[in-house]
Ligand binder design. Structure first.
Ligand code: ACO
Length: 330
């Protein structure tokens, strides 16, 4: 039993926010953002009009259309996000309802930037076990409404964008598109990139002080995240290659989580790979967290970076810390 990627697609909101637009909101500059991150623009939703589940449904419809599958024929939904519509319930059930699926199970996972990598492994194992035959996997985020768009929050505010991407995974009798996956986490670093509030020890989850002192916004130790990202992503790629008796020369395209262009450049440098083998589209969308991998995968395919039969590695690193990689023979 194998797992076939039969459909993929993505959706980003229409509203484009350039670095020059951010210059008008807080003390930053187009030059600083481009030099440190490679980002030129990102998409932000119009607040109070769109939920993360709406972005998810738009991306899912494209993947379903490519796979030629009706929503009522899906067996399972796996939804990866750190920005679900609500804290209760999870977002998977809302996607299940909005798509008009049967009463199939819907699982929410929250491994932040590594959510899609974890979800792909989960979907692959469910299919290979024979439990489910047609799975919708989604990575989606609305980051813009959760950012501190003032001088105080500028280090993180320039990095993130909104968007969603989706895969349809199906069972296949002969070959498997998903060859192998390796996942890791190291929770001792969880405060290096985190959001303190809402907090389960606080009555009502969010205190007035949390709002006043900015604990409702994400906080990051950028240098520590950078150091770990540029170490762990190459390491897990090499681990995956070794376990499958492959060399980096066998891989047509590496599709990394779009965290920051400097991180992507450093991953390529440490693996001694030319930049045209390590995909980047961060200049257009910023860091869309759980959505970067399916968005990048779709754009890389549309740009002819890989074709049927090629070997691809998707790799990620993010808050937790969590990281991992999938080996795909597309
Ligand atoms: N605009 C202008 N200046 C800024 C901004 C901004 N948006 N943000 C910070 N600065 C200032 C700082 O205040 C500081 O000023 P000072 O020297 O007067 O004190 C100066 O720029 C340098 O700040 P540093 O934090 O030292 O900048 P650094 O060179 O480390 O770059 C960055 C910051 C880009 C965040 C870097 O640490 C990095 O790339 N980290 C990786 C983290 C990352 O990309 N995370 C993505 C999300 S996590 C993930 O997806 C894996």
């Amino acid at each position: 039993m194998g797992t076939k990627i039969s459909g993929f697609g993505f959706y980003v909101p229409e509203n484009t926010v350039t670095n020059f637009d951010l210059e008008k909101k807080f003390d930053t500059s187009n030059e600083w953002i481009i030099e440190r991150t490679g980002i030129q623009e990102r998409r932000f939703i119009t607040p109070n009009e769109t939920n993360t589940s709406d972005l998810s449904v738009n991306a899912a419809k494209k993947a379903l259309e490519m796979a030629n599958i009706a929503p009522e024929n899906l067996d399972l939904i796996i939804s990866a996000t750190l920005s679900a519509d609500h804290s209760i319930p999870g977002m998977g059930v809302i996607i299940q309802d909005k798509l008009g699926c049967k009463d199939i199970p819907a699982i929410d996972i929250r491994q932040q930037c590594s959510g899609f990598i974890y979800g792909l492994d989960l979907a692959d194992l469910y299919i290979k076990s024979g439990r489910y035959k047609k799975i919708l996997l989604i990575g989606a985020e609305i980051q813009s409404t959760g950012l501190n768009l003032t001088d105080e929050g500028r280090d993180l505010a320039v990095l993130f964008g909104d968007g969603a991407g989706a895969f349809i995974l199906e069972n296949s009798k002969d070959t498997s598109d998903i060859i192998d996956s390796i996942l890791h986490s190291d929770g001792k670093y969880y405060k290096e990139l985190w959001k303190e509030s809402p907090n389960s020890t606080h009555k009502g989850r969010v205190l007035v002080e949390d709002i006043q002192n900015g604990n409702i916004y994400p906080k990051m130790n950028g240098r520590t995240v950078f150091k770990h990202a540029v170490t762990k992503m190459p390491a897990v790629i090499l681990e995956l290659l070794k376990r499958n008796n492959l060399t980096k020369e066998d891989i047509t395209q590496i599709i990394p989580h779009q965290a920051n262009f400097r991180i992507t450049q450093m991953v390529a440098k440490r693996l001694r790979l030319p930049m045209d083998k390590v995909y980047s589209n961060i200049h257009k969308y910023g860091n869309t967290t759980a959505a970067t991998i399916p968005i990048a995968f779709t754009e890389a395919y549309n740009e002819g970076k890989f074709k049927k039969g090629d070997l691809i590695i998707t790799v990620s690193f993010g808050s937790g810390f969590t990281w991992g990689a999938n080996l795909i023979k597309f």
